[in-house]
Design a protein around this ligand. Structure first.
Ligand code: ATP
Ligand code: MG
Ligand code: MG
Ligand code: MG
Length: 465
């Protein structure tokens, strides 16, 4: 017999039929005559109740049915008399596929702390919470592909091993096959990378943008969606060393349209979560964040507030004059810290904010310079509870201005000669942005620590599994 997934059984259409289910035991309870097993197979957050008539089953077999064990069960699907479920399965045959020793299986009780579950990241998908998060991660990935595909953008894969530091932030993980205990040296004592695998110094990518631009200036509109790596030296609830980034890049698109694209995109993803993940959202709202669903709906209602960096600084300075305290100093020229971003979003405007026209010194070399010569056409999208969720810009399309900016920012021309070619031949206005996938997931799941929205988080001193 073919296995039927619990998500299908709970729809109730198969009542009266004999079915086969397979899954993992969440709980077992009962009395002398009957046992109730809550079985979960991952297809949906809800369990299927298996009713076991103890007279008909061997007690040795049933003793192996403990929390965490995997089972194969055949039985008759019937309407349930009990509370909490519409259908249940009357077991005819039970096979224990894999036992889970109650003395050592770590997921015995309900409601383990998120901190504890992080220590057993390899087993946490077996919990309701992480089942919900894994499923939502999948649905959000589908939303992203669907959004861009529907608009005629092409999905492009950019390399993970690169020779250039796109962000110039010096947060790159080096990639090498050299023997670190015995590095080859040139005559002047520097490491001789000619003996390395690629015969040059290479790193893991921090962003696929620069390569993505090459594709956009040929295909029109593209997006990347892949892992990126940053050696973030601090532990924050919003930074991972390995995270996934979505980076659309679009030819003939200027900054205002780029803002429209970013806003439409996030709203589309949030709407998708409401349309496809209600069971999981309801669970997460009940257990972690009672305002989750209303916050998602709220974001869809109003247009995001758009303002310049300079206006943002004025608002923050006025707040400080009014007695508001911040940990980090803020003045024209300083980058916004997440406390400033959250103030603008949560307290001042009470909705998502898009900040544009940042001082050129605090943004990357590739952003288009404004006519004032001081600010660039960058845009950050700021969200409640998170701060920056998107960083983007109109790109500098003019070869000479771009070369000047690169040299000011200390990006060597020899590293980006290929990038400069795109401005040398058939350059065109274009824009794009990067959305941190896990930041989006923080927002839609209501989780507060980024370690809880990726299956196996990579953070400082944490790469065990
Ligand atoms: P932050 O100011 O939060 O450090 P950033 O300005 O360094 O972010 P960008 O280079 O603009 O980040 O990258 C684009 C997007 O990628 C960010 O808006 C954010 O959503 C995400 N992002 C950046 N760094 C990380 C990280 N270490 N972990 C998870 N997501 C990240
Ligand atoms: Mg950063
Ligand atoms: Mg930033
Ligand atoms: Mg940024």
């Amino acid at each position: 017999m073919k296995r039927t997934r619990i998500i299908e059984l709970l729809r109730g259409e198969l009542v009266g039929q004999t079915v086969l289910v397979k899954g993992w035991v969440r709980t077992k309870r009962g009395n002398k005559a009957v046992s109730f097993i809550a079985l979960n197979d991952g297809s949906i957050i809800h369990n299927l109740q298996i009713v076991v008539d103890l007279e008909k089953f061997d007690s040795e077999l049933l003793a192996k049915v403990t929390t965490g064990a995997s089972l194969s069960v055949t039985g008759m699907l019937v309407a349930s008399q009990g509370q909490g479920q519409s259908v249940e399965l009357q077991a005819h045959e039970i096979e224990v596929l894999g036992t889970a020793d109650p003395a050592t299986y770590p997921l015995q009780k309900k409601g383990h702390s998120l901190e504890f579950l992080r220590e057993i990241a390899h087993l946490r998908p077996r919990t309701n919470t992480f089942g919900a998060i894994y499923r939502m991660r999948h649905h959000m990935a589908m939303a992203i592909h669907t959004f861009f595909h529907e608009r005629g953008y092409f999905y492009v894969h950019t390399p993970l091993i690169t020779a250039s530091d796109a962000e110039g932030a010096g947060q790159m993980f080096q990639v090498t096959t050299l023997d670190l205990d015995n590095l080859p040296r040139t005559e002047d004592g520097a490491v001789d990378y000619r003996e390395d695998f690629f015969a040059r110094h290479t790193s893991l990518t921090v962003s696929g943008q620069l390569e993505g631009e090459m594709a956009a200036l040929a295909l029109g509109g593209i997006y990347t969606f892949g892992p990126t790596f940053r050696a973030e030296n601090s532990n924050t609830p919003r930074h991972l060393a390995e995270f996934w980034m979505i980076e659309p890049e679009v030819a003939f698109l200027e900054i205002d349209e780029n803002m429209d694209l970013a806003e439409d995109f996030i709203k589309y993803c949030v709407q998708w979560a409401l349309d496809h993940c209600m069971d999981d959202l309801t669970f997460l709202a009940e257990h972690f964040d009672s305002e989750l669903i209303s916050r998602l709906r709220f974001v869809l209602e109003k247009p995001f507030k758009r303002m310049t960096y300079t206006e943002g600084i004025e608002i923050l300075e006025a707040a400080i004059k009014g007695g508001r305290k911040f940990e980090f100093p803020i003045y024209w020229g300083a980058d916004l810290a997440s406390e400033h971003e959250r103030y603008l979003v949560e307290e001042h405007f009470q909705r998502p904010v898009i900040v544009t026209d940042y001082p050129k010194e605090i943004k990357s070399f590739y952003m288009k310079l404004n006519d004032d010569g001081k600010t660039v056409r960058g845009m950050d999208v700021l969200f409640p509870k998170i701060g920056e969720i998107i960083g983007g810009s109109e790109r500098e399309a003019d070869l000479e201005k771009l070369m000047k900016r690169a040299s000011e920012m200390g990006v060597p021309e020899k590293d980006i000669w290929w990038y400069l070619d795109s401005r040398r031949y058939g350059t065109a206005p274009h824009s794009g942005f990067g959305l941190g996938f896990e930041r989006l997931l923080l927002f839609v799941t209501g989780m507060t620590n980024i370690r809880d929205v990726i299956p196996f988080p990579r953070t400082p001193r944490n790469a065990e599994f």
